[in-house]
Design a protein around this ligand. Structure first.
Ligand SMILES: [Zn+2]
Length: 397
């Protein structure tokens, strides 16, 4: 791993910038945040990132920023390997160096190779399971990551501004490699998939759903890579395993099977504060803290998915994953957990499965009850009637 010395960060006006801890955990630089009480430090970070981008990219992105983006839907079963690029952002804002791509194979940076491998997993998962391109139709088949990015500090983010994932590596004593961690790469591209699907607001409950969906995306990519069923004893439900370093021992960043238990006493992050039940949700949680607790409260969605997927058994991406994906595509910009849970149950009604629906419906409904999320039940008595046209997989799943 390449060690990056500490550096002073200054914003575009030359003032010293405090990088918020939220950046540590896989954030999304959504421009619309600025109208929703964006913390000054996050704005400074955003401006730093923006200042480092080439202006043509900014111009075209700004034009489309108010338009809901769409995810390019492929023919089911089709696969065309995306162009993948890993760039070295260490010397920003100087021009970046291309480290690894589909055609550039020679590179001495181990993290660039491992990042590329993580991108390949995501590419295959998106196309073969969801029948979508990971980064939207207007950029073709390009997947782009900047590693060693000093503006990403200790974390990673997906930025719709340059349609790229940014990985930092500021503090190698407390955090292990970000770019080498396939869960983190998958999590960030999961934000891209969400952005091009429903572009959920990155604040409070919709932000927590947004974060949860990226963890769910990452865990499905991992399960598929490992060829394990959701309920298999060897199936991992940890996100970013070995990412945190605490007194020489490594810990994951999050636990989906037991939110709030991933780590203790990290020198910068403290204890894992994720919750798993809505009784611990604070409506008035400060907006300036992690955009209203989007990572903290993502544990509710993560645990609901874990409960549903393990109850259903089989590959996590085949039943539960389809349901959650369908609910995402149908969601409005700012769903509550209740709204999203209702969408998952409507998805059960509409998706065509090869097994009876009633146990699926009950498993999903019970999962949401177990995390304290209320939902609107609809069509329980009619969903099993024959004659209802099933939703085609390619329409949203
Ligand atoms: Zn995230």
């Amino acid at each position: 791993m390449q060690l990056i010395p500490a550096r002073t960060k200054r914003d575009v006006l030359g003032e010293e910038v405090e990088i918020p801890s939220a950046i540590l955990l896989g954030d999304v630089a959504y421009p619309q945040l600025f109208s929703q009480g964006t913390p000054p430090s996050f704005r400074a970070y955003y401006l730093l990132s923006k200042a480092s981008l080439p202006s043509p990219t900014l111009t075209s992105e700004h034009k489309s920023i108010t338009v809901r983006p769409s995810l390019f839907q492929m023919t089911k079963g089709a696969f065309q390997e995306s162009l993948k690029q890993v760039w070295d952002g260490l010397k920003k804002p100087q021009p970046l160096t291309l480290l690894r791509s589909n055609t550039q194979l020679e590179c001495s940076d181990i993290e660039a190779h491992e990042c590329f491998n993580g991108m390949t997993r995501v590419d295959r998962f998106c196309q073969k399971v969801f029948s979508v391109q990971p980064t939207g139709e207007d950029i073709g088949h390009l997947m782009r990551v900047e590693i060693h990015d000093p503006y990403a500090f200790n974390g990673a983010c997906w930025s719709p501004m340059d349609k790229s994932v940014h990985c930092g590596d500021h503090d190698p004593l407390r955090f292990n490699s970000i770019a080498s961690n396939p869960d983190i790469i998958a999590h960030e591209f999961g934000h891209a998939v969400t952005y091009y699907s429903s572009n959920l607001d990155y604040v409070r409950q919709s932000g927590a759903i947004n974060e949860s969906l990226s963890d769910i995306f990452a865990i499905m990519v991992k399960h598929r890579q490992a060829k394990v069923s959701a309920d298999a004893p060897m199936a991992s439900w940890s996100i970013a395993e070995n990412f945190l370093s605490i007194e020489g021992r490594n810990f994951p960043l999050r636990s989906m099977s037991n939110p709030g238990s991933a780590f203790r006493a990290h020198p910068l992050l403290g204890d894992d504060d994720q919750i798993r039940h809505m009784r611990d949700y604070q409506e008035d949680y400060p907006l300036e803290k992690d955009h209203g607790g989007v990572h903290k409260y993502a544990g509710v969605g993560n645990y609901a998915f874990y409960l549903a997927a393990t109850k259903l058994g089989g590959p996590s991406w085949k039943i539960a994953g389809k349901i959650w994906r369908c609910a995402l595509v149908r969601s409005q910009r700012a769903p509550t957990f209740s709204d999203f849970a209702t969408e998952t149950l409507k998805a059960v009604e509409d998706i065509s499965f090869k097994i009876p629906k009633e146990p699926i419906y009950q498993a999903v409904a019970q999962a949401w009850r177990d995390v304290g999320v209320t939902f609107r039940e609809r069509g329980v008595g009619t969903m099993l009637l024959e004659g209802t046209p099933p939703l085609q997989d390619s329409s949203c799943c």
